[in-house]
Design a protein around this ligand. Structure first.
Ligand SMILES: NC(=O)c1ccc[n+]([C@@H]2O[C@H](COP(=O)([O-])OP(=O)(O)OC[C@H]3O[C@@H](n4cnc5c(N)ncnc54)[C@H](OP(=O)(O)O)[C@@H]3O)[C@@H](O)[C@H]2O)c1
Length: 283
Protein backbone atom coordinates (compact mmCIF):
# COMPACT_ATOMS: atom_id res chain seq x y z
CA UNK A 1 0.00 0.00 0.00
CA UNK A 2 1.46 3.35 -1.01
CA UNK A 3 2.01 5.86 1.78
CA UNK A 4 0.74 9.40 2.29
CA UNK A 5 2.19 12.30 4.26
CA UNK A 6 0.00 14.82 6.07
CA UNK A 7 1.30 18.31 5.26
CA UNK A 8 1.30 21.28 7.66
CA UNK A 9 -2.00 22.48 6.15
CA UNK A 10 -3.73 19.14 6.81
CA UNK A 11 -3.78 17.87 3.22
CA UNK A 12 -2.53 14.35 2.45
CA UNK A 13 0.02 13.98 -0.32
CA UNK A 14 0.91 10.62 -1.91
CA UNK A 15 4.56 10.14 -0.91
CA UNK A 16 5.44 8.62 -4.29
CA UNK A 17 4.83 10.23 -7.68
CA UNK A 18 6.04 10.56 -11.25
CA UNK A 19 8.27 13.49 -12.25
CA UNK A 20 8.05 14.73 -15.84
CA UNK A 21 11.06 17.06 -16.01
CA UNK A 22 12.65 16.88 -19.52
CA UNK A 23 9.76 14.80 -20.87
CA UNK A 24 8.53 16.46 -24.08
CA UNK A 25 5.02 17.93 -24.28
CA UNK A 26 2.68 15.75 -26.34
CA UNK A 27 2.66 11.98 -26.64
CA UNK A 28 5.67 11.34 -24.38
CA UNK A 29 4.26 13.17 -21.37
CA UNK A 30 0.68 12.08 -22.08
CA UNK A 31 1.63 8.39 -22.24
CA UNK A 32 3.94 8.54 -19.23
CA UNK A 33 1.22 10.10 -17.05
CA UNK A 34 -1.42 7.65 -18.32
CA UNK A 35 0.91 4.69 -17.68
CA UNK A 36 1.62 5.94 -14.17
CA UNK A 37 -2.06 6.44 -13.32
CA UNK A 38 -2.86 2.97 -14.73
CA UNK A 39 -0.48 1.25 -12.31
CA UNK A 40 -1.83 3.22 -9.35
CA UNK A 41 0.55 6.19 -9.06
CA UNK A 42 -1.51 9.14 -7.86
CA UNK A 43 0.93 12.04 -7.88
CA UNK A 44 2.44 13.92 -10.85
CA UNK A 45 5.16 16.58 -10.54
CA UNK A 46 5.33 19.08 -13.39
CA UNK A 47 6.20 22.78 -13.79
CA UNK A 48 5.47 25.65 -16.15
CA UNK A 49 9.17 25.49 -17.08
CA UNK A 50 8.83 21.85 -18.21
CA UNK A 51 6.30 23.06 -20.80
CA UNK A 52 4.24 19.89 -20.60
CA UNK A 53 1.39 20.92 -18.27
CA UNK A 54 -1.18 20.58 -21.08
CA UNK A 55 -0.28 16.93 -21.66
CA UNK A 56 -0.29 16.23 -17.93
CA UNK A 57 -3.77 17.76 -17.59
CA UNK A 58 -5.12 15.89 -20.62
CA UNK A 59 -3.80 12.54 -19.38
CA UNK A 60 -5.28 13.11 -15.92
CA UNK A 61 -8.64 13.89 -17.50
CA UNK A 62 -8.56 10.98 -19.97
CA UNK A 63 -7.38 8.45 -17.37
CA UNK A 64 -10.82 8.09 -15.83
CA UNK A 65 -9.30 8.37 -12.35
CA UNK A 66 -11.42 10.82 -10.31
CA UNK A 67 -9.65 14.19 -10.18
CA UNK A 68 -9.72 14.25 -6.38
CA UNK A 69 -7.64 11.04 -6.28
CA UNK A 70 -4.78 12.53 -8.30
CA UNK A 71 -2.25 14.94 -6.81
CA UNK A 72 -0.93 17.46 -9.34
CA UNK A 73 2.02 19.68 -8.47
CA UNK A 74 3.20 22.50 -10.71
CA UNK A 75 5.61 25.42 -10.34
CA UNK A 76 5.72 29.12 -11.16
CA UNK A 77 8.74 30.50 -12.99
CA UNK A 78 10.32 33.76 -11.65
CA UNK A 79 8.96 35.95 -14.49
CA UNK A 80 5.52 35.16 -13.03
CA UNK A 81 6.36 36.39 -9.54
CA UNK A 82 4.76 39.55 -8.13
CA UNK A 83 1.49 40.63 -6.54
CA UNK A 84 -1.22 40.64 -9.22
CA UNK A 85 1.11 39.06 -11.76
CA UNK A 86 1.17 35.72 -9.95
CA UNK A 87 -2.63 35.68 -9.64
CA UNK A 88 -2.89 36.00 -13.44
CA UNK A 89 -0.21 33.32 -13.93
CA UNK A 90 -2.17 30.90 -11.72
CA UNK A 91 -5.28 31.39 -13.84
CA UNK A 92 -3.25 30.58 -16.96
CA UNK A 93 -1.86 27.48 -15.27
CA UNK A 94 -5.36 26.25 -14.47
CA UNK A 95 -6.23 26.72 -18.13
CA UNK A 96 -3.15 24.83 -19.37
CA UNK A 97 -3.80 21.98 -16.93
CA UNK A 98 -7.53 21.98 -17.72
CA UNK A 99 -8.41 21.73 -14.05
CA UNK A 100 -10.34 23.76 -11.45
CA UNK A 101 -7.60 23.54 -8.85
CA UNK A 102 -3.93 22.73 -8.38
CA UNK A 103 -3.03 20.41 -5.51
CA UNK A 104 0.38 21.91 -4.86
CA UNK A 105 1.84 25.09 -6.32
CA UNK A 106 5.53 25.89 -5.85
CA UNK A 107 7.83 28.82 -6.42
CA UNK A 108 10.30 27.05 -8.71
CA UNK A 109 13.34 29.27 -7.97
CA UNK A 110 14.50 31.66 -5.28
CA UNK A 111 14.81 34.69 -7.58
CA UNK A 112 12.67 37.74 -8.36
CA UNK A 113 9.71 39.01 -6.33
CA UNK A 114 9.05 35.77 -4.45
CA UNK A 115 7.49 37.61 -1.50
CA UNK A 116 4.91 39.28 -3.74
CA UNK A 117 4.22 35.96 -5.44
CA UNK A 118 3.68 34.25 -2.09
CA UNK A 119 0.93 36.74 -1.19
CA UNK A 120 -0.96 35.84 -4.36
CA UNK A 121 -0.41 32.13 -3.69
CA UNK A 122 -1.97 32.51 -0.23
CA UNK A 123 -4.94 34.31 -1.83
CA UNK A 124 -5.26 31.49 -4.38
CA UNK A 125 -5.51 28.98 -1.51
CA UNK A 126 -8.28 31.05 0.07
CA UNK A 127 -10.05 31.24 -3.31
CA UNK A 128 -9.91 27.42 -3.67
CA UNK A 129 -7.73 27.55 -6.81
CA UNK A 130 -4.79 25.90 -5.03
CA UNK A 131 -4.84 23.43 -2.13
CA UNK A 132 -1.25 23.62 -0.85
CA UNK A 133 1.70 25.92 -1.47
CA UNK A 134 5.43 25.42 -1.21
CA UNK A 135 8.86 26.36 -2.50
CA UNK A 136 11.66 24.84 -4.50
CA UNK A 137 15.41 25.47 -4.50
CA UNK A 138 15.30 27.93 -1.59
CA UNK A 139 18.54 26.97 0.16
CA UNK A 140 20.04 30.40 0.93
CA UNK A 141 18.90 32.81 3.67
CA UNK A 142 15.96 33.58 1.35
CA UNK A 143 14.39 30.44 2.81
CA UNK A 144 14.04 32.00 6.26
CA UNK A 145 13.10 35.38 4.74
CA UNK A 146 10.16 33.79 2.94
CA UNK A 147 9.12 31.48 5.78
CA UNK A 148 9.11 34.34 8.29
CA UNK A 149 7.13 36.64 5.98
CA UNK A 150 4.61 33.92 5.09
CA UNK A 151 1.22 33.74 6.80
CA UNK A 152 0.80 30.21 5.46
CA UNK A 153 4.12 28.42 5.95
CA UNK A 154 5.39 26.43 2.94
CA UNK A 155 4.11 22.85 3.04
CA UNK A 156 7.07 21.50 1.11
CA UNK A 157 10.59 22.45 0.08
CA UNK A 158 11.60 20.70 -3.14
CA UNK A 159 15.40 20.37 -3.49
CA UNK A 160 18.10 18.02 -4.76
CA UNK A 161 18.19 15.16 -2.25
CA UNK A 162 19.59 11.62 -2.54
CA UNK A 163 21.95 9.34 -0.56
CA UNK A 164 25.03 11.37 -1.61
CA UNK A 165 23.37 14.69 -0.66
CA UNK A 166 20.91 14.17 2.17
CA UNK A 167 20.13 17.78 3.08
CA UNK A 168 20.36 17.24 6.84
CA UNK A 169 21.09 20.92 7.49
CA UNK A 170 18.09 22.02 5.47
CA UNK A 171 15.84 19.48 7.17
CA UNK A 172 16.69 21.05 10.54
CA UNK A 173 16.10 24.59 9.24
CA UNK A 174 12.56 23.81 8.04
CA UNK A 175 11.47 21.71 11.03
CA UNK A 176 9.95 24.66 12.89
CA UNK A 177 7.73 25.54 9.92
CA UNK A 178 6.40 21.98 9.61
CA UNK A 179 7.75 21.92 6.04
CA UNK A 180 8.58 18.57 4.40
CA UNK A 181 11.38 17.84 1.91
CA UNK A 182 10.52 16.73 -1.60
CA UNK A 183 13.58 15.10 -3.19
CA UNK A 184 14.48 15.97 -6.73
CA UNK A 185 17.12 13.83 -8.46
CA UNK A 186 16.05 11.09 -5.99
CA UNK A 187 18.17 8.51 -7.85
CA UNK A 188 20.89 11.00 -8.74
CA UNK A 189 19.40 11.84 -12.15
CA UNK A 190 20.13 8.19 -13.07
CA UNK A 191 23.82 8.31 -12.03
CA UNK A 192 25.29 4.81 -12.32
CA UNK A 193 27.93 5.45 -9.64
CA UNK A 194 25.23 6.14 -7.08
CA UNK A 195 22.87 3.38 -8.23
CA UNK A 196 25.63 0.75 -8.23
CA UNK A 197 26.91 1.46 -4.71
CA UNK A 198 27.72 -1.85 -2.97
CA UNK A 199 25.26 -1.27 -0.16
CA UNK A 200 22.36 -1.06 -2.64
CA UNK A 201 23.51 -4.18 -4.48
CA UNK A 202 23.76 -6.09 -1.19
CA UNK A 203 20.30 -4.99 0.00
CA UNK A 204 18.78 -5.57 -3.43
CA UNK A 205 19.91 -9.21 -3.24
CA UNK A 206 18.58 -9.58 0.31
CA UNK A 207 15.10 -8.22 -0.52
CA UNK A 208 14.82 -9.48 -4.12
CA UNK A 209 14.58 -5.88 -5.34
CA UNK A 210 16.65 -3.66 -7.66
CA UNK A 211 19.22 -1.12 -6.50
CA UNK A 212 16.89 1.71 -7.56
CA UNK A 213 14.07 0.24 -5.48
CA UNK A 214 16.36 0.20 -2.43
CA UNK A 215 17.21 3.90 -2.92
CA UNK A 216 13.55 4.84 -3.35
CA UNK A 217 12.55 2.80 -0.29
CA UNK A 218 15.21 4.64 1.70
CA UNK A 219 13.62 7.97 0.71
CA UNK A 220 10.18 6.72 1.78
CA UNK A 221 11.46 5.63 5.20
CA UNK A 222 13.36 8.92 5.59
CA UNK A 223 9.99 10.66 5.28
CA UNK A 224 10.78 12.61 2.12
CA UNK A 225 8.51 12.76 -0.92
CA UNK A 226 9.83 11.31 -4.21
CA UNK A 227 8.84 11.41 -7.87
CA UNK A 228 11.51 9.66 -9.95
CA UNK A 229 11.26 10.42 -13.65
CA UNK A 230 10.93 7.68 -16.22
CA UNK A 231 9.06 7.15 -19.48
CA UNK A 232 9.91 3.45 -19.45
CA UNK A 233 6.83 1.47 -18.30
CA UNK A 234 9.01 -1.29 -16.80
CA UNK A 235 10.98 1.21 -14.72
CA UNK A 236 7.73 2.86 -13.69
CA UNK A 237 6.33 -0.40 -12.33
CA UNK A 238 9.63 -1.19 -10.65
CA UNK A 239 9.89 2.24 -9.01
CA UNK A 240 6.36 2.02 -7.60
CA UNK A 241 6.86 -1.52 -6.26
CA UNK A 242 8.53 -0.48 -3.01
CA UNK A 243 5.73 -0.74 -0.47
CA UNK A 244 6.02 -4.45 0.40
CA UNK A 245 9.32 -4.48 2.29
CA UNK A 246 11.08 -2.47 4.96
CA UNK A 247 14.75 -1.61 5.52
CA UNK A 248 15.98 -2.15 9.08
CA UNK A 249 17.29 0.70 11.26
CA UNK A 250 20.87 -0.55 10.68
CA UNK A 251 20.35 -0.65 6.91
CA UNK A 252 18.94 2.90 6.95
CA UNK A 253 22.04 3.98 8.91
CA UNK A 254 24.32 2.26 6.40
CA UNK A 255 22.72 4.26 3.59
CA UNK A 256 22.87 7.47 5.64
CA UNK A 257 26.64 6.91 5.87
CA UNK A 258 26.89 7.51 2.08
CA UNK A 259 26.17 11.23 2.64
CA UNK A 260 29.24 12.98 1.19
CA UNK A 261 28.07 16.38 -0.03
CA UNK A 262 28.11 15.32 -3.67
CA UNK A 263 25.55 17.13 -5.81
CA UNK A 264 24.69 16.41 -9.42
CA UNK A 265 23.56 20.00 -10.02
CA UNK A 266 26.44 22.30 -9.24
CA UNK A 267 25.66 25.87 -10.31
CA UNK A 268 26.25 28.64 -7.78
CA UNK A 269 23.42 31.01 -6.92
CA UNK A 270 24.96 33.77 -9.05
CA UNK A 271 25.44 31.41 -12.01
CA UNK A 272 21.85 30.23 -11.72
CA UNK A 273 20.55 33.79 -11.65
CA UNK A 274 22.65 34.75 -14.68
CA UNK A 275 21.63 31.57 -16.44
CA UNK A 276 17.95 32.36 -16.01
CA UNK A 277 18.56 35.51 -18.03
CA UNK A 278 15.52 36.52 -19.98
CA UNK A 279 14.41 32.94 -20.65
CA UNK A 280 10.94 32.04 -19.67
CA UNK A 281 8.54 29.34 -20.74
CA UNK A 282 5.79 30.11 -23.24
CA UNK A 283 2.26 30.50 -21.83
N1 LIG B 1 12.40 21.71 -8.62
C1 LIG B 1 13.43 21.52 -9.41
O1 LIG B 1 14.22 22.45 -9.69
C2 LIG B 1 13.68 20.16 -9.98
C3 LIG B 1 14.90 19.89 -10.61
C4 LIG B 1 15.09 18.61 -11.13
C5 LIG B 1 14.09 17.66 -11.03
N2 LIG B 1 12.90 17.97 -10.41
C6 LIG B 1 11.80 16.96 -10.28
O2 LIG B 1 12.35 15.73 -9.85
C7 LIG B 1 12.01 14.69 -10.78
C8 LIG B 1 13.09 13.65 -10.81
O3 LIG B 1 14.34 14.22 -11.21
P1 LIG B 1 15.12 13.68 -12.50
O4 LIG B 1 14.12 13.21 -13.43
O5 LIG B 1 15.98 14.70 -13.06
O6 LIG B 1 16.09 12.59 -11.87
P2 LIG B 1 15.86 11.10 -11.29
O7 LIG B 1 14.43 10.78 -11.13
O8 LIG B 1 16.77 11.01 -10.11
O9 LIG B 1 16.50 10.22 -12.45
C9 LIG B 1 15.88 10.06 -13.69
C10 LIG B 1 16.74 9.10 -14.52
O10 LIG B 1 16.74 7.82 -13.88
C11 LIG B 1 16.37 6.82 -14.83
N3 LIG B 1 15.55 5.80 -14.15
C12 LIG B 1 14.32 5.96 -13.61
N4 LIG B 1 13.91 4.81 -13.07
C13 LIG B 1 14.87 3.91 -13.27
C14 LIG B 1 15.02 2.55 -12.95
N5 LIG B 1 14.07 1.88 -12.32
N6 LIG B 1 16.18 1.92 -13.30
C15 LIG B 1 17.16 2.58 -13.96
N7 LIG B 1 17.08 3.87 -14.29
C16 LIG B 1 15.94 4.54 -13.95
C17 LIG B 1 15.60 7.52 -15.91
O11 LIG B 1 15.78 6.89 -17.16
P3 LIG B 1 14.59 6.04 -17.89
O12 LIG B 1 13.65 7.06 -18.47
O13 LIG B 1 15.34 5.26 -18.90
O14 LIG B 1 13.93 5.18 -16.87
C18 LIG B 1 16.24 8.91 -15.91
O15 LIG B 1 17.37 8.91 -16.76
C19 LIG B 1 11.84 15.47 -12.11
O16 LIG B 1 11.15 14.73 -13.09
C20 LIG B 1 11.11 16.68 -11.62
O17 LIG B 1 9.74 16.38 -11.43
C21 LIG B 1 12.70 19.20 -9.88
Amino acid sequence: MQTYITLNDGTKIPQFGLGVYQVPEGEATYNAVLDALKIGVRHIDTAHAYQNERSVGKAVKDSGVPREEVWVTTKLWPHEYGEGKTAAAIDKMLERLGTDYIDLLLLHQQFGDYLGAWKDMEKAVKAGKVKSIGISNFESERLEELCEAATMKPSVLQVECHPYYQQNGLKKRIEKYGTVIESWYPIGHGDKGLINENVFTKLAQKYGKSNVQIILRWHIQEGTIVFPRTTNPQHMKENFDIFDFELTADEMAEIRALDCGKRFFNMTLAEQEANLGAWHPAD
